[in-house]
Design a protein around this ligand. Structure first.
Ligand SMILES: [Fe+2]
Length: 273
């Protein structure tokens, strides 16, 4: 069993220090094997926010895999945004934008879906490029679970207001993942937690309780904002996944004002595959 702590949207610059410290405490007391952070480390990509974000990352005791979100690209300095969009990320967070981690149960691949601009008005929108999708298609996970960590949503989940855009080429990425025997996406951006199963024939369906995956199913897990004040109708939360050869468990950890409460969301059996 590999335990993944899935955090997202920390938004340094819009922090709740009490929640952040409680998060660090619970990760120390109940350590996962690896921490995956699905973007938006900062609020406005300022130097101060990156310094604070770096200090947070340095306090994590486990291997940490993090990808950029749209808030991690500087917004107010357009020349820097167009010519050196990831300079601050590379300086303070990591040289690589797409980290990898693996063990006997999982192959985790970070995919950068944030873009400095695109052929649309909403530049917070994300993209997967054909090259990124092809690289995931070439990943040899064998009988391990292939876990893609990215920032932008590929499905709507339980959102009804839909005040953002789904990532460009999200369905193409899902189609590639559906060819893998066991595949999972860990996503953020929505600031609301949710889990779905996606299948090329039937589209998306909510994943909750005890379920058995059908052939071609992709598990999609969204995390809320772990420790920022940018709440969208939900408390601060993060996900704790247990992944083994037989299946996946997903628990959502929610901050109730003083501590984290862990609630089982999904127990998924991969079934015969
Ligand atoms: Fe965010």
């Amino acid at each position: 069993m590999t335990v993944i702590a899935h955090l997202s949207d920390l938004h340094f610059g819009a922090q709740k220090p009490v929640v952040r410290e409680a998060l660090l405490h619970v990760l120390t007391m109940e350590p996962p094997d690896v921490i995956a952070i699905s973007g938006d480390l900062t609020q406005n990509a300022t130097h101060r926010e990156f310094v604070d974000g770096r200090a947070f990352l340095d306090r994590l005791r486990q291997p940490c895999l993090i990808v950029p979100g749209n808030h991690d690209i500087v917004g107010h300095r357009l020349i820097e945004r167009f010519t050196r969009p990831y300079e601050r990320w590379r300086r303070f967070v990591a040289e690589g934008l797409e980290p990898e981690w693996s063990d006997d149960n999982v192959v985790i691949r970070g995919v950068n879906s944030a873009r400095p601009f695109g052929p649309y008005l909403n530049w917070s929108r994300g993209q997967f490029s054909p090259a990124q999708i092809a690289a995931i298609d070439r990943t040899g996970a064998a009988r391990r679970s292939l876990v893609v960590v990215a920032h932008h949503p590929v499905v709507w989940g339980n959102d009804t207001d839909r005040d953002y855009d789904l990532v460009t080429r999200g369905e193409a990425m899902l189609a590639v993942l559906a060819r893998q025997p066991r595949s999972i996406m860990l996503l953020g951006h929505r600031h609301r937690s949710h889990a779905s199963l996606w299948n090329a024939e039937g589209g998306e369906r909510e994943a909750r309780g005890h379920m058995t995956a059908r052939p071609g199913d992709v598990l999609i897990v969204h995390a809320g904002t772990a420790c920022s004040d940018r709440l969208r109708g939900e408390a601060n939360s993060w996900n704790r996944l247990g992944v083994c050869g037989e299946g996946v468990s997903v628990e959502t950890c929610t901050f109730d004002g003083t501590r984290w409460t862990r609630v089982a969301r999904l127990t998924l059996a991969w079934g015969s595959r």
